[in-house]
Design a protein around this ligand. Structure first.
Ligand code: SF4
Length: 963
């Protein structure tokens, strides 16, 4: 037996920070010999999801190479723990197929011919092109489109410095529906649940294994559970998260709001709600419902009206809609009421992202928090803005004056984020063009619905003048770019991040590990790409240099924002950008650094993270600052205003800051929804989704008419677009859940991780055994064909009881493909395909081969034993923009049949003419701007990259109603 004590060794969870500069441990590869290795440990931040967990890079002192990544114990959110994707960073940085140099297209777009170019040439080309567009007043033709942000604020600042409305994001295929539901309640567009202190946790997502901020949250959910909290999971799929729950509620997709409102009705009906909280902290005095108005009425009269209104949401009704047993609904509602202020929950994608009207699920969920008084409390539902800290740089440009209709078109005035999934259709309709397009860690051809419409857009040089894909890996989208610009992974770049992980605030500092280490040893670099592998760069330095290239002499007013705060007129460095913020914008950091004899930047480079504050609760109860109170007045509804702007609200005789909503209270009743033409949605409600069973039945009735409700029920939205099947359509109708995640995969970037792809590389169709029988005795491994509204895909079945009947499911992580066998592609994760346009807008894809072993500098690539890369289902989905939020409603009504002898695994067919027609049908459901006062959008609802207030008003010449 090893005597570690005798050897002077010890067992510890983490290397103590005083030994990070010279850490010694045994080399596991040398086992059973005891060979010591010495490392420098450098903290950075994981870039593989938005949780921003802390990594420690282990740099071998002998070779100067990074050997592995482990958790950073000094990071307050992740606390030294990581999911599989954190340590897998090592395989991404050493992947032999990664892009190492800037590449320029040398043949036709999409032709796959590339030559190496220089960063100087890239900056010159884009600088000149953008400068010309700005000089010709075509700023809207410059667009930045982000997939994985991984930073806070720097891009908004850059685009505002350029004076353009050019920020596009992926959020409308991700989370924007839930965001509107949360926003309408309390201005913050997402929750920060205090899981660790909760008594009851309700998750409407696979949050423990793969949800938003999941590693930092998962460890706290388990802490809460170990301290006695009950866990309930509402998910049609028996996820790993559901398997850990006390209650698994396999709700039929899109019916979750019915279950939540039935729970609310139990709490209301049994008078288990927190009356004092509801009275003080909701805008109940504004409630107008079913002819009842709260004005001049008592609180009790309002509660009676609310009970009358919600009486239809009985547990039995919810059971009929959702399949969740009425007694489970009653039992969990009572347990939630019992948990009271210690009730935490989370909803992010899932129900809200899958369904027409999915945003109402978030509203119905927060109703439970309002009733239990669990908003802002220990163990309750906090606001993300209370737990996220974004320091401000040394100077900030003013907001842009323009409004881009390609981003926020008038049809969707309530869209929480840019209408990015519709970009190809907008360009097809002639709404604009793009002169310079930057896709950044973004692969819409693969991650978005309707990928062939994206290909049609990207290859059209009239529509997209010049396209640079800023990406760490080759991707389906990069293939159609003009330039492919290699950007760094977690240990190759600077970024500052903060997330709402718990009831505190922190910042995490991502840094280029090899540059930082070598600079410590006295070496000097002008740019990070000089220290990174090949010429892999980082965005911060790229944008600073591009801004100088656009405005070399400063005459356009752009360069000033990228000049040093310390050296007048000189180019800003990354050290100066972050150093200034750490010195001036992070409370307590300079003092914490001084205690160790460090400058704030040195402190952040040493530890990689800093906790700004902890135990943040009930910020709504904070008193209005005396400076804001002086000269303020109180409106009749109790809102405290100063110079026409709300600064607080009167609660129990005290002026407190409240929430950021118009009433400064939690808005049970949304006057905004009523004013913006959606009066039927002024309260949290349940309406049937586009994939509800009644809509499935209606789709089977052969009719040319495509609009109108599918039944007379109160719960139909009255406008769900009907799916039109071709006359000879075959197969059984199902709802397809296409958006569940696998815990160890990301999106595009896991494609170059051999560790992660070895763990998972298939996405079969989950089918319940009763449905498998209905389909003629389908068995696991059988080939089946799934028809959508615009095409089909062919894949294997996986027969499982882990899914509610009537529903089929397929993970969205798989189905990577490549058009070239081996050059400029990612071979670890993709099938080599043959892609043909067989008619105008008609696309056919067939796999030539799956994944195969291949020779590279890494011997592991010869050992690849899997051949399956999955099937790319997203290509066959049309866009479904929710008429309110604009969110793509991911769930699909599909027809499933056994594949025929002509079908092969991975076959895909799509008709983009049909996808354009589906887009038109959904667009027809919208209720366009202007809203009150000629506004394009409610002023109080934020935009990520917010223009000045004047831009919120529609110009007189703009058509005010849709054609
Ligand atoms: S949850 Fe996993 S992928 Fe996300 S930041 Fe943390 S370690 Fe990285």
């Amino acid at each position: 037996m090893t005597d570690f004590k005798r050897e002077g060794s010890h067992l510890a969870s983490f290397p103590p920070e005083e030994k990070w500069d010279d850490w010694e441990e045994y080399d596991p590869a040398a086992w059973p010999r005891r060979v010591k290795k010495r490392y420098s440990l450098v903290p950075t931040i994981c870039f593989n999801c938005e949780s921003a967990c802390g990594l420690l890079a282990y740099v071998d002192k002998e070779t100067g190479q990074i050997e592995k990544f482990e958790g950073n114990p000094k990071h307050p959110a992740s606390r030294g723990r990581l999911c599989a994707k954190g340590p897998a960073t090592i395989t991404q940085i050493h992947d032999p197929d990664r892009i190492l140099y800037p590449m320029k297209r040398s043949g036709p777009r999409g032709g796959g011919q590339w030559t190496r170019t220089s960063w100087d040439e890239v900056l010159e080309t884009f600088g000149a092109r953008i400068r010309k567009a700005f000089q010709e007043n075509r700023g809207e033709e410059v667009m930045y489109h982000v997939g994985r942000p991984g930073h806070d604020f720097i891009m908004e600042r850059t685009l505002q410095a350029w004076g353009i409305d050019g920020h596009n994001s992926h959020t409308n295929v991700c989370s924007s529906s839930a965001r509107l539901g949360y926003m309408l309640w309390h201005y913050a567009d997402r929750p920060s649940p205090d899981h660790a202190n909760a008594r009851f946790i309700l998750l409407l997502s696979a949050h423990l294994e793969s949800g938003h901020y999941f590693n930092p949250h998962a460890q706290r959910i388990i802490e809460g559970k170990m301290a006695g909290a009950k866990l309930a999971v509402m998910d049609p799929r028996l996820s790993n998260t559901a398997s850990m729950a006390d209650y698994w509620m396999p709700s039929y997709p899109g019916t979750e709001a019915a279950v939540l409102l039935a729970m609310a009705m139990v709490i209301l009906g049994e008078n288990r709600f927190d009356a004092a909280f509801v009275k003080n902290w909701t805008n109940w005095e504004e409630l107008e419902v079913d002819g009842f108005s709260s004005k001049g009425q008592s609180f009790d009269a309002m509660i009676a009206a609310l009970k009358r209104h919600y009486a239809k949401y009985t547990p039995e009704f919810a059971e009929k809609e959702s399949g969740v047993k009425a007694e489970v609904i009653v039992k969990t509602a009572r347990e939630i009421a019992e948990a009271g202020s210690r009730f935490a929950s989370h909803l992010w994608r899932g129900s809200s992202s899958g369904n027409l009207g999915g945003w109402q699920t978030a509203r119905a969920l927060v109703l439970l928090h309002a009733l239990t008084g669990s908003v802002g409390t220990p163990g309750g539902h906090n606001l993300h803005a209370w737990n996220k800290f974004v320091p401000r740089p040394y100077k900030n440009p003013p907001p842009q004056k323009r409004w881009s209709e390609l981003l926020y078109p008038q049809e969707w005035p309530m869209a929480m984020h840019e209408m990015s999934p519709l970009l190809p259709h907008f360009l097809k309709e002639g709404r604009g063009r793009i002169e310079a397009y930057f896709t950044r860690v973004f692969n819409p051809v693969w991650t978005y619905p309707d990928g062939f419409s994206w290909i049609e857009m990207l290859r059209d040089e009239e529509k997209v003048g010049l396209h640079a894909a800023l990406t760490p890996t080759w991707s389906e989208t990069a293939w159609f770019a003009d330039y492919v610009l290699p950007m760094g992974f977690s240990s190759e770049r600077h970024d500052l991040m903060s997330q709402e992980s718990y009831a505190g605030k922190w910042i995490g500092f991502r840094q280029p590990v090899l540059r930082v280490l070598q600079e410590r040893e006295g070496k000097k670099f002008d740019y990070t790409y000089q220290a990174n592998p090949g010429e892999v760069w980082e965005e911060d330095e790229f944008w600073i240099n591009l801004s100088w290239a656009i405005d070399p002499d400063g005459s356009m007013g752009i360069r000033q924002w990228f000049e040093s705060p310390y050296r007048a007129g000189q180019k800003l460095t990354v050290d100066e950008y972050y150093g200034w913020m750490f010195e001036n914008s992070v409370p307590g950091l300079p003092e914490a650094a001084a205690k160790e004899g460090l400058k704030p930047l040195e402190y952040m480079r040493k530890y990689g993270a800093y906790e700004v504050t902890k135990d943040v609760y009930r910020l709504n109860e904070k008193q209005v600052a005396p400076a804001d109170l002086a000269g303020s007045s109180v409106e009749t509804n109790g809102v405290v205003t100063k110079n026409g702007k709300a600064v607080g609200v009167m609660v129990e005789g005290e002026a407190v800051v409240g929430y950021g909503t118009p009433s400064r209270k939690l808005e049970l009743f949304s006057k905004t929804m009523a004013d913006w033409k959606w009066p039927e949605f002024a309260l949290p409600e349940y309406y049937r989704s586009h994939i509800h069973k009644s809509a499935q039945a209606a789709s089977l009735k052969k009719t040319a008419e495509n609009s109108g409700s599918s039944s007379e029920s109160d719960f139909d939205p009255g406008y769900a677009p009907r799916v039109e099947w071709p006359k000879d359509a075959k197969g059984e109708v199902f709802t397809l859940l296409p958006i569940f995640r696998l815990p160890h995969l990301i999106h595009t970037r896991s494609g170059n991780s051999k560790f992660l792809y070895e763990i998972a590389h298939k996405n079969p169709l989950w089918v319940n055994p009763t449905d498998a029988q209905r389909l003629g005795g389908i068995r696991t491994g059988d080939l089946i064909k799934v028809h959508t509204e615009i095409g089909f895909f062919v894949l294997h079945a996986w027969v499982t009881e882990g899914l509610a009947p009537g529903v089929v499911a397929c993970s969205h992580h798989m189905g990577r493909w490549r058009l070239n066998k081996e050059d400029h592609v990612e071979r670890m994760s993709s099938a080599w395909v043959d892609l043909k346009e067989v008619g105008k807008g008609q696309w056919k894809m067939r796999q030539t081969s799956g994944v195969q072993p291949y020779e590279t500098s890494d011997p592991d690539t010869k050992r690849v034993w899997w051949s399956d890369a999955g099937v790319h289902q997203n290509l066959t989905f049309p866009v479904h923009p929710d008429p309110v939020t604009g969110m793509h409603c991911w769930h699909q009504m599909v027809r499933v049949e056994r594949a025929s002898a002509d079908d092969r695994y991975g076959d895909i067919f799509v008709d983009t003419n049909l996808s354009f027609a589906v887009y038109q049908r959904w667009k027809a459901l919208t209720r366009p701007a202007p809203g009150p006062g000629g506004l394009r959008r409610p002023l109080w609802i934020p935009r990520v990259h917010r223009p000045e207030e004047a831009a919120f008003y529609m110009p007189a010449e703009m058509p005010s109603e849709k054609e």
